[in-house]
Ligand binder design. Structure first.
Ligand SMILES: *Cc1c(COP(=O)(O)O)cnc(C)c1O
Length: 229
């Protein structure tokens, strides 16, 4: 896809998001940049995405030094031994999905003298293939992580299961919103519910998401073919 197309996709999305979510909140647009070149990412930044996000540490390390003028987020599963490459450089970790990772992020942050902003990832559909705290454990995790030095809990992240059943998906998204509201009463730092990708962001913002992570709607279908790894 050429760069003018990327820019026009971002502008269209931003116009659509300008209405806000179902609670009248501003929606933060995060571009999911896996497999994309630095120039493609720059096109998205100049068109006005709020943040860019990789989901693999290797890709982040290859590209991050060339990307400026935009907060960089991390949205993928993270091994504890790779935390050191990210802490201090990542403006928001979306995928804090287990206590072991929270402790690793905490110690690396304390060591570097920074506070890392994190979202607690919730496995809302209880899928074996996905990471995250089980929904019934998520509030306790929120309480624990809110007290963890070196971390600032900014909210929650979830990926809805693949399903055509909008009633089911809407219900799960509502459960996430309820968890977010409960946490926000407890901790005023909580301000993000990161939920929604290209296939389901409209449903998610209709059910209270205020941060979406969008890849293919901005950049076109991903090419995982020869050369990209
Ligand atoms: C790739 C990715 C997205 C965006 O996916 P699209 O369907 O291309 O919009 C969102 N969240 C995570 C965690 C991802 O890895």
């Amino acid at each position: 896809m050429d760069y003018t197309e990327i820019e026009s996709n971002v502008k269209k999305l931003k116009a659509e998001l300008a209405r806000g979510n179902s609670f009248g909140e501003r929606i933060t647009l995060v571009a999911a940049t896996k497999t994309q070149s630095v120039s493609a990412i720059e096109a998205a930044i100049s068109a006005g995405v709020d943040a860019v996000a990789e989901n693999k540490v290797q890709e982040f390390r290859e590209k991050s030094g060339f990307i400026g003028g935009c907060p960089q987020h991390f949205i993928g599963h993270l091994q504890t031994n790779k935390v050191k490459y990210l802490v201090g450089k990542i403006a928001l970790f979306h995928s804090c999905d287990r206590d072991e990772l929270a402790s690793a992020l905490s110690s690396a942050s304390l060591k570097k003298g920074v506070v890392s902003d994190v979202l607690i990832q919730v496995n809302i559909g209880k899928e074996e293939t996905k990471g995250g705290y089980l929904p019934e454990r998520a509030y306790d995790a929120f309480k624990r992580l809110s007290e963890t030095p070196g971390l600032c809990v900014k909210g929650f992240m979830a990926m809805l299961p693949e399903s055509q059943d909008e009633g089911l998906l809407g219900g799960l998204a509502d459960d996430m919103r309820a968890l977010y509201e409960k946490a926000r009463k407890e901790n005023p730092d909580v301000c993000f519910l990161s939920m929604g990708m290209s296939g389901d962001y409209r449903l998610c913002i209709a059910h209270g998401s205020n941060m979406i992570r969008v890849g293919s709607t901005i950049f076109g279908a991903r090419d995982y073919g020869a050369g990209s790894r």
